[in-house]
Design a protein around this ligand. Structure first.
Ligand code: CTP
Length: 213
Protein backbone atom coordinates (compact mmCIF):
# COMPACT_ATOMS: atom_id res chain seq x y z
CA UNK A 1 0.00 0.00 0.00
CA UNK A 2 1.42 3.36 -1.02
CA UNK A 3 -0.18 6.30 0.80
CA UNK A 4 0.33 10.04 0.32
CA UNK A 5 -0.72 12.39 3.12
CA UNK A 6 -0.72 16.18 3.26
CA UNK A 7 -0.43 17.97 6.60
CA UNK A 8 -0.12 21.36 8.20
CA UNK A 9 -0.89 24.86 7.02
CA UNK A 10 0.37 26.66 3.94
CA UNK A 11 2.01 30.09 3.92
CA UNK A 12 1.14 32.62 1.26
CA UNK A 13 3.79 35.30 1.04
CA UNK A 14 2.97 39.02 0.99
CA UNK A 15 6.59 40.19 0.91
CA UNK A 16 9.94 38.72 2.07
CA UNK A 17 8.97 39.05 5.76
CA UNK A 18 5.18 38.55 5.87
CA UNK A 19 2.72 35.82 4.99
CA UNK A 20 -0.89 34.68 5.45
CA UNK A 21 -1.42 31.36 7.20
CA UNK A 22 -3.82 29.52 9.56
CA UNK A 23 -3.88 27.70 12.91
CA UNK A 24 -3.16 24.17 11.66
CA UNK A 25 -0.33 22.44 13.57
CA UNK A 26 -0.09 19.37 11.32
CA UNK A 27 -0.70 16.95 14.23
CA UNK A 28 -3.57 15.06 12.57
CA UNK A 29 -1.70 14.51 9.29
CA UNK A 30 1.50 13.50 11.08
CA UNK A 31 -0.46 11.04 13.25
CA UNK A 32 -1.96 9.47 10.10
CA UNK A 33 1.53 9.17 8.58
CA UNK A 34 2.78 7.43 11.74
CA UNK A 35 -0.24 5.07 11.85
CA UNK A 36 0.30 4.17 8.18
CA UNK A 37 4.02 3.52 8.72
CA UNK A 38 3.21 1.18 11.62
CA UNK A 39 1.20 -0.87 9.12
CA UNK A 40 4.35 -1.18 6.99
CA UNK A 41 2.78 0.99 4.28
CA UNK A 42 4.99 3.11 2.05
CA UNK A 43 4.31 6.67 3.24
CA UNK A 44 4.92 10.06 1.62
CA UNK A 45 4.09 13.08 3.79
CA UNK A 46 3.75 16.44 2.04
CA UNK A 47 4.08 18.90 4.87
CA UNK A 48 3.54 22.62 5.22
CA UNK A 49 5.62 24.46 7.86
CA UNK A 50 5.07 22.78 11.26
CA UNK A 51 6.94 22.34 14.55
CA UNK A 52 6.85 18.55 14.55
CA UNK A 53 9.74 16.08 14.16
CA UNK A 54 9.64 14.20 10.84
CA UNK A 55 8.25 10.69 11.48
CA UNK A 56 10.84 7.95 11.05
CA UNK A 57 10.61 5.75 7.99
CA UNK A 58 8.46 8.25 6.10
CA UNK A 59 9.39 10.25 3.01
CA UNK A 60 8.78 13.91 3.94
CA UNK A 61 8.42 16.56 1.25
CA UNK A 62 8.52 20.03 2.83
CA UNK A 63 6.52 22.74 1.09
CA UNK A 64 5.42 26.24 1.95
CA UNK A 65 2.73 27.64 -0.33
CA UNK A 66 -0.48 26.12 -1.70
CA UNK A 67 1.13 26.17 -5.17
CA UNK A 68 4.12 24.16 -3.91
CA UNK A 69 1.83 21.72 -2.10
CA UNK A 70 -0.26 21.31 -5.28
CA UNK A 71 2.82 20.41 -7.31
CA UNK A 72 4.13 17.95 -4.72
CA UNK A 73 0.73 16.28 -4.29
CA UNK A 74 0.17 15.91 -8.03
CA UNK A 75 3.60 14.32 -8.45
CA UNK A 76 3.13 11.93 -5.53
CA UNK A 77 -0.49 11.09 -6.48
CA UNK A 78 0.61 9.49 -9.74
CA UNK A 79 1.66 6.29 -7.93
CA UNK A 80 -0.55 6.44 -4.80
CA UNK A 81 -3.10 3.81 -3.75
CA UNK A 82 -4.53 6.13 -1.09
CA UNK A 83 -4.36 9.92 -0.71
CA UNK A 84 -5.43 11.76 2.45
CA UNK A 85 -5.56 15.58 2.29
CA UNK A 86 -5.32 16.59 5.95
CA UNK A 87 -3.57 19.90 5.22
CA UNK A 88 -5.27 23.22 5.85
CA UNK A 89 -4.54 24.72 2.45
CA UNK A 90 -5.01 28.48 2.08
CA UNK A 91 -7.94 29.20 -0.21
CA UNK A 92 -6.53 32.64 -1.14
CA UNK A 93 -3.10 34.16 -1.64
CA UNK A 94 -1.98 37.76 -2.16
CA UNK A 95 -2.53 38.65 -5.80
CA UNK A 96 0.74 40.56 -5.91
CA UNK A 97 3.94 39.48 -4.19
CA UNK A 98 6.19 42.41 -3.31
CA UNK A 99 9.87 41.44 -3.61
CA UNK A 100 10.82 44.36 -1.38
CA UNK A 101 9.38 44.84 2.11
CA UNK A 102 6.06 46.71 2.10
CA UNK A 103 6.54 49.95 4.08
CA UNK A 104 3.77 51.39 6.24
CA UNK A 105 1.99 54.65 5.49
CA UNK A 106 -0.58 56.60 7.52
CA UNK A 107 -3.65 55.21 5.77
CA UNK A 108 -5.17 51.72 5.76
CA UNK A 109 -3.71 48.99 3.61
CA UNK A 110 -5.70 46.71 1.30
CA UNK A 111 -4.22 43.43 0.14
CA UNK A 112 -6.03 41.92 -2.81
CA UNK A 113 -6.33 38.13 -2.63
CA UNK A 114 -6.82 35.60 -5.41
CA UNK A 115 -7.92 31.96 -5.24
CA UNK A 116 -5.38 29.19 -4.92
CA UNK A 117 -5.84 25.89 -6.70
CA UNK A 118 -8.18 23.46 -4.94
CA UNK A 119 -5.72 20.57 -4.78
CA UNK A 120 -8.30 17.99 -3.69
CA UNK A 121 -10.63 18.97 -6.53
CA UNK A 122 -7.79 18.47 -9.03
CA UNK A 123 -6.87 15.10 -7.48
CA UNK A 124 -10.55 14.07 -7.63
CA UNK A 125 -10.77 14.96 -11.32
CA UNK A 126 -7.65 12.90 -12.08
CA UNK A 127 -8.35 9.98 -9.75
CA UNK A 128 -6.99 6.69 -11.03
CA UNK A 129 -9.11 3.50 -10.97
CA UNK A 130 -8.84 1.88 -7.55
CA UNK A 131 -7.23 4.94 -5.95
CA UNK A 132 -8.83 6.01 -2.65
CA UNK A 133 -9.15 9.76 -2.13
CA UNK A 134 -9.93 11.12 1.33
CA UNK A 135 -10.53 14.74 2.32
CA UNK A 136 -11.11 16.62 5.53
CA UNK A 137 -13.87 19.12 6.20
CA UNK A 138 -13.25 21.42 9.14
CA UNK A 139 -16.47 23.27 9.84
CA UNK A 140 -17.93 25.52 12.51
CA UNK A 141 -21.54 25.10 11.26
CA UNK A 142 -23.69 22.59 9.37
CA UNK A 143 -20.94 19.97 9.65
CA UNK A 144 -22.53 17.03 7.85
CA UNK A 145 -24.26 19.00 5.07
CA UNK A 146 -21.04 20.87 4.23
CA UNK A 147 -18.94 17.69 4.40
CA UNK A 148 -21.39 15.78 2.18
CA UNK A 149 -21.35 18.48 -0.48
CA UNK A 150 -17.50 18.54 -0.49
CA UNK A 151 -17.45 14.73 -0.78
CA UNK A 152 -19.60 14.89 -3.92
CA UNK A 153 -18.13 18.04 -5.51
CA UNK A 154 -14.54 16.82 -5.19
CA UNK A 155 -15.22 13.18 -6.22
CA UNK A 156 -13.93 11.78 -2.90
CA UNK A 157 -14.29 8.26 -1.53
CA UNK A 158 -14.41 9.47 2.08
CA UNK A 159 -14.50 12.73 3.94
CA UNK A 160 -13.49 13.15 7.57
CA UNK A 161 -15.77 15.82 8.98
CA UNK A 162 -14.65 17.56 12.10
CA UNK A 163 -16.05 20.45 14.08
CA UNK A 164 -13.66 23.33 14.69
CA UNK A 165 -13.99 26.25 17.04
CA UNK A 166 -14.87 23.96 19.97
CA UNK A 167 -12.23 23.84 22.75
CA UNK A 168 -10.48 20.48 23.21
CA UNK A 169 -10.74 19.13 19.68
CA UNK A 170 -9.69 19.83 16.11
CA UNK A 171 -7.26 22.58 15.18
CA UNK A 172 -4.17 22.87 17.38
CA UNK A 173 -5.61 20.40 19.89
CA UNK A 174 -4.20 17.07 21.15
CA UNK A 175 -7.54 15.34 20.60
CA UNK A 176 -10.07 15.13 17.84
CA UNK A 177 -13.33 13.44 16.85
CA UNK A 178 -14.41 12.69 13.30
CA UNK A 179 -17.52 11.69 11.43
CA UNK A 180 -16.38 9.69 8.40
CA UNK A 181 -18.77 9.89 5.45
CA UNK A 182 -18.35 7.50 2.53
CA UNK A 183 -19.39 7.98 -1.09
CA UNK A 184 -21.67 4.92 -0.73
CA UNK A 185 -23.66 6.74 1.99
CA UNK A 186 -21.86 5.21 4.96
CA UNK A 187 -21.48 7.30 8.13
CA UNK A 188 -19.16 6.34 11.01
CA UNK A 189 -18.55 8.24 14.21
CA UNK A 190 -14.98 8.09 15.50
CA UNK A 191 -15.20 9.28 19.10
CA UNK A 192 -13.12 12.00 20.77
CA UNK A 193 -9.63 10.58 21.45
CA UNK A 194 -5.95 11.35 20.94
CA UNK A 195 -5.04 12.17 17.36
CA UNK A 196 -2.72 9.14 17.22
CA UNK A 197 -5.39 6.59 18.16
CA UNK A 198 -7.93 8.44 16.00
CA UNK A 199 -5.53 8.19 13.03
CA UNK A 200 -5.39 4.43 13.48
CA UNK A 201 -9.20 4.14 13.68
CA UNK A 202 -9.50 6.35 10.63
CA UNK A 203 -7.28 4.04 8.54
CA UNK A 204 -9.23 0.99 9.81
CA UNK A 205 -12.53 2.64 8.90
CA UNK A 206 -11.34 3.61 5.41
CA UNK A 207 -10.06 0.10 4.70
CA UNK A 208 -13.22 -1.53 6.08
CA UNK A 209 -15.52 0.93 4.27
CA UNK A 210 -13.78 0.55 0.94
CA UNK A 211 -13.86 -3.23 0.98
CA UNK A 212 -17.58 -3.15 1.64
CA UNK A 213 -17.48 -4.55 5.21
N1 CTP B 1 -8.17 21.67 0.11
C1 CTP B 1 -7.32 21.57 -0.98
N2 CTP B 1 -6.95 22.71 -1.65
C2 CTP B 1 -7.38 23.92 -1.26
C3 CTP B 1 -8.25 24.02 -0.15
C4 CTP B 1 -8.61 22.86 0.52
O1 CTP B 1 -6.93 20.47 -1.33
N3 CTP B 1 -6.99 24.99 -1.92
C5 CTP B 1 -8.59 20.42 0.80
C6 CTP B 1 -8.23 20.33 2.26
O2 CTP B 1 -6.98 19.70 2.45
C7 CTP B 1 -9.36 19.46 2.81
C8 CTP B 1 -10.54 19.86 1.94
O3 CTP B 1 -10.00 20.37 0.73
O4 CTP B 1 -9.11 18.09 2.64
C9 CTP B 1 -11.37 20.94 2.57
O5 CTP B 1 -12.37 21.31 1.67
P1 CTP B 1 -12.69 22.83 1.30
O6 CTP B 1 -14.00 22.91 0.61
O7 CTP B 1 -11.62 23.41 0.45
O8 CTP B 1 -12.72 23.44 2.69
P2 CTP B 1 -12.38 24.88 3.05
O9 CTP B 1 -11.05 25.30 2.50
O10 CTP B 1 -12.55 24.94 4.53
O11 CTP B 1 -13.50 25.64 2.21
P3 CTP B 1 -14.74 26.46 2.68
O12 CTP B 1 -14.12 27.73 3.13
O13 CTP B 1 -15.56 26.56 1.46
O14 CTP B 1 -15.41 25.67 3.79
Amino acid sequence: MRIVISAGPTREAIDPVRFITNRSTGKMGYAIAEAARQRQWQVTLVSGPVNLPPPEGVEVIAVESAAEMAQAMKNAAATADMIIMAAAVADYRPKQYSSSKVKKSDGDLCIELERTEDILLTLGKNKKPGQLLVGFAAETDDLLQNAQSKLERKNLDFIAANIVGVPGRGFASENNAITLLGRNGSCRELALQSKSSLADELLDAIIAGSSGE
